[in-house]
Design a protein around this ligand. Structure first.
Ligand code: KG4
Ligand code: ZN
Length: 362
């Protein structure tokens, strides 16, 4: 039996969790506490790093205590402490990793420094039967990537955004239209009442030989359309949201279809491989339905972990710790690990300048 305490503080959630794995058994989430700071950032229309770091300092000790108490496991019976060490907002990362170092040192436990993106990448193996290799579509406020996951530590980025992250595009669109933060859920809600054919917005990168995403041109098109007919009626806001969401779904499925085809070429014997989604935007029903459709057409299994595990949480960090322990990844020097605001999951592919908000949030 392995039990790992996970700690996550890379953005605006303070989270701790205990996950266990018994021999020949399924993993179990023994506790999963997530404290969202959304209320503290809402007035600013986005996450304020300084406020986030202070809020983590105030909350983290209590959240760790609550996660241990909820799990019914004593710190003495934990096998390792796993903490997000990057990428993310550096203030929050420092709080989380330093606290993890202190807890692990005091209890005499090993420490594992986890890449937040790896947490997202491995979550679907925590919640369901999923073998390597598979494809991951990570769509959050800070990242928009397609990653080939072939094993623990074996990640290759096949596509990324060359400008805005998808969640960021939703948030900025919402802001332009006067909808509250966080924008994604509000844009989706408005889109339900809108006419998606009212505005014909661009589908950036659609059909391009370059595999990446781009959303800034779409954002500009939304701004121009909104400015041209301002002041907007409620119905016009809904129509813009519906048209924007349709453009996004179309652009994303085009990019994903390209990656599915590449996966088929590289893994011709994979049978019915999986496309896994992660990140807050994975909550969007229109995008999900569009992805499910292309998966069905291309013979892929569509895997969407429960939403509370798609968004930022510490269970995914604890689970990544267990995966490290089980696969013999060398984590010897985690006590010396310095938090990294930028930490690509795939260290081989060339970084793309300008990809993702603040280069931080995942
Ligand atoms: O993964 P997440 O909770 O946090 C990080 O970015 O790390 O993702 C938050 C992002 C925000 O940009 C939010 O607007 C977007 O996910 N989002 C959505 C929806 N729910 C959340 N975007 C589109 N449709 C949604 N239903
Ligand atoms: Zn994330």
């Amino acid at each position: 039996m392995i039990r790992v305490l996970g700690i996550e503080t890379s953005c605006d959630e303070t989270a701790a969790s205990v996950v266990s794995l018994a021999n020949d058994s399924k993993p179990e989430i023994l506790s999963n506490i997530v404290l969202s700071q959304i209320g503290e950032h809402a007035a600013f229309g986005g996450v304020v790093p300084e406020i986030a770091a202070r809020a983590h300092v105030e909350a983290l000790d209590g959240i760790i205590e609550a996660a241990l108490a909820d799990s019914g496991v004593d710190l003495a019976d934990i096998d390792a402490v796993a903490a997000t060490a990057g990428p993310g907002l550096v203030g929050g990362l420092i709080v989380g990793l330093m606290t993890a170092k202190a807890v692990a040192a005091a209890a005499g436990k090993p420490l594992i420094a986890i890449n937040h993106l790896e947490g997202h990448a491995l979550t679907a193996r925590l919640t369901g039967d999923l073998d390597f290799p598979y494809l991951l579509l990570l769509v959050s406020g800070g990242h928009t990537q397609i990653v080939r996951v072939a094993g623990v530590g074996d990640y290759q980025r096949w596509a990324t955004t060359i400008d805005d992250a998808l969640g960021e595009a939703f948030d900025k669109t919402a802001k332009m239209l006067g909808l509250p933060y966080p924008g994604g859920p509000n844009v989706e809600k408005a889109a339900v009442k809108g006419d998606a054919s009212r505005f014909s917005f661009p589908r950036p990168m659609k059909g391009s030989a370059q595999p990446d995403f781009s959303f800034s041109g779409l954002k500009t098109a939304v701004r121009q359309a909104a400015t041209a007919i301002a002041p907007l009626t409620e119905q016009e806001v809904c129509d813009i949201c519906a048209s924007f969401q349709a453009a996004v779904a179309d652009a994303v499925t085009d990019r994903v279809a390209r990656a599915l085809a590449r996966f088929r070429e590289e893994f011709p014997d994979a049978g019915t491989p999986a496309l896994v989604v992660a990140g807050g935007v994975a909550a969007n029903r229109a995008i999900k339905q569009a992805l499910e459709k292309i998966c069905l057409e291309d013979g892929f299994r569509f895997v969407a972990p429960p939403l509370n595990l798609c968004t930022d949480n510490a269970a995914m960090i604890a689970w990544a710790g267990i995966e490290h322990l089980n696969s013999g990844v060398d984590d010897d020097n985690a006590f010396d690990f310095v938090p990294r605001s930028r930490w690509p999951l795939d260290t081989i592919s060339t970084p793309v300048v300008g990809s993702g908000r603040r280069g931080a949030k995942a």
